[in-house]
Design a protein around this ligand. Sequence first.
Ligand code: AMP
Length: 391
Amino acid sequence: MKILSVNAGSSSLKFQLYNMPEEKVLISGLMERIGVGNSFYTIKVNGEKIKKEVELNNHEEAFETLVKELEENHVVEDLNEIEGIGHRVVQGGDYFDKSVVIDDDVLSKIEELSSLAPLHNPAAVIGIKAAKDVFPNAVQTVVFDTAFHQTMKKENYLYALPMKWYTDLKVRRYGAHGTSHKFVSERMNEILGRTDTKLITCHIGNGASISAVVNGKCINTSMGLTPNAGLIMGTRCGDIDASIIPYVMEKTGMTAKEIDTAINKESGLLAISQKSSDSRDIEDGIASGDENCILAQKMYVRRIVDYIAKYYVEMNGCDAIIFTAGIGENAIDTRRDVLNELGSLGIYLDEEANNVRGKERLISTKDSKVECWVIPTDEELMIARDTMELL
Ligand code: AMP
């Protein structure tokens, strides 16, 4: 059975076609600058990487281009071989606690939730509609970034704010990166050979979040109503004193939109390092003695450590801590700095084992009370698995 995983952004389309259940990738790629001019795409197929510049005016044209590549490269002989298409959707609100087959009701709920994810949900809707037109016979599903976190109890998802904000405006913690937290926690349970586990999953990329997962279910997560809560990120501030916002607005006359840009695009590692949002540049800065980069890394690590400690206590112990995503999988120094702060919990890093990028590996010592692992995430595969299950 062939299943296509799709992640549609407002001007991009990321895709991966799998042969299931073998989980073999047949073709993968990314189309960029859709509808904004100078569009192009890169595709990996038959061991080759192809880059082409083509006019892609909308997502429908992007899917049609994909079809052309599928046929030209003999990935499929007949489009009907693609039985399922799984779409990534960022915000499922409290309507969806798992992946679902798309019908009119599901589509209108995704549209309704656009106000909670204005950059992401409308793009996903465009992608779903375009895929429906181009692949009319495939079953379309959605995999929500928030669904895995729907198992949180009220005391963990509610904010101590006026209750009307929750009942009328849906203000609560939803979390994000759920597909990734689910993927790595399932893989961790597979490695441990049991499901009665307490895990702390650290998805640390440009966006970053940490979850506490007990017996395969999320009990708490660091992101909130939006993906700006919790950890310090590349350009997002994470947790702050909420009253900073009205204070700065009053003092500077900044609008809500300008504040939103400042806390999402001009904060985090970028703001403190005054150099870059990219952890590789921060590493270089630290190596050359840049004081701002050293400070940025200290603050960045502190916040991750705080969340790990918080969830360790909340779960009353922990079997394993997992690092994933761009920084979690690759930034050897960040993992070292985090784990070296956790000695008081009996957590010890194996420095030699930690010398790894992008590969699954145990990085704690034998006498560490908690196993620490690098597990590369694979959100596209998780989407394909969920879609296959729904089919
Ligand atoms: P993601 O959002 O998961 O793609 O992660 C992006 C982040 O991963 C960026 O901050 C990158 O600097 C970081 N990253 C990727 N590769 C490396 C690497 N080899 N060493 C350190 N950081 C890396």
